[in-house]
Design a protein around this ligand. Structure first.
Ligand code: PLP
Length: 351
């Protein structure tokens, strides 16, 4: 085991979260979004565990990510590549049996030119102006896609994490009109937050990502953390009143404090913006980050946890005790960015 930062990945929690999400919309299939290396948890291991639990449809952003998932899930599962095909990636689609998500007329042409007959998805933009065939060009797109093997249609919600946002019903209605042009084609609309919006949004398939890993908006489910991030204390020091902490001397001690220097820094994915704002937890005691987060090291005020503080003790930064959402918010970011930012130096241990 590493003497540095460790992410203990809780596969059984991820599977339990996937099942719980499925329970919200029991008449729809529940897929799994495992892009960005399974939101930092390890796409191969996570998708293998979910496939074993019965998940049949996976989503990645890139074809090369899809190829990794294919090795882990075997031949039967469906893998969609959300960012869509490029000419360079066509051989990978063929060899790993990936299904492209077609997001534009240009991607439609790329796929047609490839001459492959495997199933595809069409993604429509219903109001996010990010990626997807324009709902305005619906009839053109449907005509251009004639002869292709359209197995799925989808769109993506911009504001699902705000249940009362008017954009949700707007996008739902636009997507329903699109779906009428593809009456026998399965459809999906909902990311994690969309799974909480009720059965109207579930269609045939849901596409949760962050909720599998315990993050996203606080919905009706008691989601469990996908991983626990810990890092070891390297040194315990005494800080005297008036002394300053770390680079830039951005924190000054008001009184005598106990300090712990931990082997976790921004190179590992603890954002520099956690300086003077984030926290670690040791045996249930919350210890604030003081001073700047540096590349490999972070300093905590452990005065309230000194009874059990010594070099080698591991401090939790994300997990059951250190809530992902809260830790992220204190750094001005979101759980997605924290998880996907965990660096290669953080050892992943699976259990
Ligand atoms: C990333 C992504 C998802 C998953 O979103 P979460 O908010 O992580 O659940 C679903 N659909 C599409 C198109 C995505 O890009």
């Amino acid at each position: 085991m590493s003497s540095g930062p460790i992410a203990h990945v809780h596969l059984s929690n991820i599977v339990a979260n996937w099942r719980a999400l499925g329970g919200l919309n029991p008449s729809s299939e529940t897929g799994a979004v495992v892009k960005a290396d399974g939101y930092g948890h390890g796409a191969a291991v996570v998708s293998g565990a979910l496939a074993h639990a019965g998940c049949q449809t996976f989503f990645t952003a890139h074809a090369h990510e899809g190829a990794v998932v294919r090795k882990a899930v075997g031949g039967d599962a469906v893998i969609y590549v959300l960012n869509g095909p490029s000419a360079e990636d066509v051989p990978l689609y063929a060899s790993a049996a990936l299904r492209p998500v077609i997001n534009s007329m240009a991607q439609l042409q790329v796929w047609k030119a490839a001459g492959l007959d495997m199933p595809i998805a069409l993604k429509f933009d219903t109001g996010m102006n990010r990626l997807g065939l324009s709902a305005r060009d619906m009839t053109d797109a449907a005509a251009a896609a004639k002869g292709l093997n359209i197995a799925h249609i989808m769109s993506h919600l911009a504001c699902a994490d705000e249940p009362d946002h008017e954009k949700n019903t707007y996008q739902l209605n636009v997507f329903r009109r699109i779906a009428q042009h593809f009456p026998d084609t399965p459809a999906s609309l909902s990311n994690s937050a969309g799974c909480y919006l009720g059965p109207d949004y579930a269609f045939h398939l849901t596409r949760p990502g962050i909720a599998l890993y315990g993050g996203g908006p606080r919905g009706p489910l008691d989601l469990k953390p996908g991983l626990t991030l810990t890092a070891p204390v390297l040194a315990v020091n005494n800080g005297a009143p008036g002394e300053t902490i770390g680079y830039g001397a951005t924190y000054r001690l008001a009184g005598a404090r106990k300090l712990a220097t931990v082997a976790l820094g921004y190179a590992d994915g603890l954002p520099r913006s956690a300086s003077n704002s984030g926290f670690g937890v040791s045996e249930g005691v919350r210890c604030p980050i003081i001073g700047r987060v540096s590349m490999d090291l972070t300093i905590l005020d452990v005065t309230d946890a000194i009874a059990h503080m010594s070099p080698g003790v591991r401090i939790e930064f994300i997990g059951a005790e250190a809530d992902l959402r809260e830790q992220a918010a204190l750094s001005g970011t979101i759980g997605y960015e924290l998880l996907t930012g965990l660096g290669p130096r953080v050892e992943r241990i699976y259990g």
